[in-house]
Design a protein around this ligand. Structure first.
Ligand SMILES: Cc1cc2nc3c(=O)[nH]c(=O)nc-3n(C[C@H](O)[C@H](O)[C@H](O)COP(=O)(O)OP(=O)(O)OC[C@H]3O[C@@H](n4cnc5c(N)ncnc54)[C@H](O)[C@@H]3O)c2cc1C
Length: 350
């Protein structure tokens, strides 16, 4: 079983200090009370609301101990700034108001974080491991000349982070000796911190350089009433076996509707044009950990499993009883999806 095959390896981002230093009494006594930790949390927005991944990242930021300052930027960021200031665990909110920040361009966000860092000298800069965070944070790391620590799933101390490698087949512990740690957080690994009742101070973020090398032209957003894939409690994903987009739409979306689920797809399904790129689950797609994950006509390649193996209940429908997905599935149905899915959908509707 993949779940039991996880190895633990220890890596270090710097060789300056040895691991002995990690075991010093400072860390053993609990880093949460450390005086010198201060974290900047990059708030991801969905228009006038806070993206759910921000709340997961806040849990990680809070685990570091010390103060957490939220950074909100946009053309009209006041609503989001006010909302995040009420969330428990936020000490202060920095607001950068400029049209340039409206569309999440990494080229303009990175200097903003650097300006905040230069002024406040945070020990940690934290963002969700979303498309946005993955785009912005490595640039910040490069500008500050420190290492980037991506996709963390746990925090052992302010210097030691746990993150999956080799498509989730191994777990590495990464130690950073850099003065500033630049981190992206795997949302599914940390519960969201959504408690409110706080009233953190809101102040203007320091002025930052505003590069003009990249210009936002337009975006093509798909509107959907479906739950968001990364945060959904139920996900139905379809694979290559669906054969075409019409089948995918009818069968995968049909079952998802009956379950109130979000829709995902394997890379084969995405590459074949059965569903959109944003729906890809896996190593190079989204990482999900819903209560229920239904894999329809998906073989269970290691790269797909990397994106869904932490789902609580996994159901697989596949004609091949030897398909690797069955090694992971809690419930396996060896059946032709073209018969089984309509039947299941009808029964669920009733
Ligand atoms: C660097 C790299 C990154 C990658 N990243 C990802 C990623 O993020 N996500 C991802 O998914 N893949 C990723 N892949 C691709 C991955 O290796 C697989 O190729 C892909 O996941 C296969 O998709 P699939 O299971 O839909 O297709 P297949 O492997 O072709 O499986 C189709 C399955 O459908 C079953 N089937 C056929 N007919 C029926 C039927 N009528 N009813 C029921 N079952 C049926 C078959 O038995 C088979 O098991 C990556 C690959 C590489 C090299």
């Amino acid at each position: 079983m993949l779940r039991t095959a996880l190895q633990r390896v220890v890596l270090r981002t710097s060789s300056k200090n040895t691991l002995t230093a990690l075991r010093s009494s400072f860390f053993i006594r609990g880093y949460a009370s450390a005086q010198n930790i201060s974290t900047l949390l990059l708030v991801e927005r969905n228009g006038n609301s806070i993206a759910s991944s921000t709340f997961n990242s806040l849990t990680a930021a809070a685990k570091l101990g010390g103060d957490v300052t939220a950074l909100v930027a946009g053309e009209e960021p006041d609503t989001v700034a006010s909302e995040i200031s009420k969330v428990t665990g936020i000490s202060k909110v920095l607001v950068a108001k400029d049209k340039l920040y409206e569309h999440g361009l990494a080229e303009v966000y990175a200097p903003l974080l650097v300006a905040a860092q230069k002024k406040f000298n945070f020990t940690h800069l934290v963002a969700p491991h979303s498309a946005f965070g993955k785009n912005v944070m490595p640039r910040v790391a490069a500008l500050l000349d420190v290492a980037q620590i991506s996709d963390i799933t746990d925090i052992e101390s302010p210097e030691i982070f746990v993150r999956p490698i080799y498509a989730g087949n191994a777990i590495s512990k990464v130690k950073s000796n850099d003065p500033t740690k630049i981190i992206t957080v795997r949302g599914t690994a940390f519960p969201p911190s959504t408690a409110t009742g706080n009233s953190a101070a809101i102040e203007a973020a320091p002025d930052a350089e505003k590069p003009t090398i990249t210009e936002w032209i337009s975006e093509d957003l798909q509107k959907s009433d479906r739950p968001e894939l990364g945060a959904a409690t139920r996900v139905v994903s379809g694979g290559r076996a669906l054969k075409n987009r019409e089948n995918f739409d009818k069968l995968v979306y049909g079952l998802a509707d009956a379950l109130g689920a979000a829709v995902g797809g394997s890379r084969a399904a995405v590459d074949s044009g059965y569903c959109d790129n944003a729906l890809q689950v896996g190593q190079t797609g989204k990482v999900v950990a819903p209560e229920l994950y239904v894999a329809v006509g998906i073989s269970g390649a290691i790269q797909h499993i990397a994106g869904m193996k932490d789902s609580k209940s996994i159901v697989a429908i596949n004609t091949d009883s030897e398909a690797p997905i069955f090694q992971l599935a809690d419930y396996g149905l060896v059946a032709d999806l073209f018969k089984a899915v309509p039947e299941l959908t009808e029964k669920l509707k009733k």
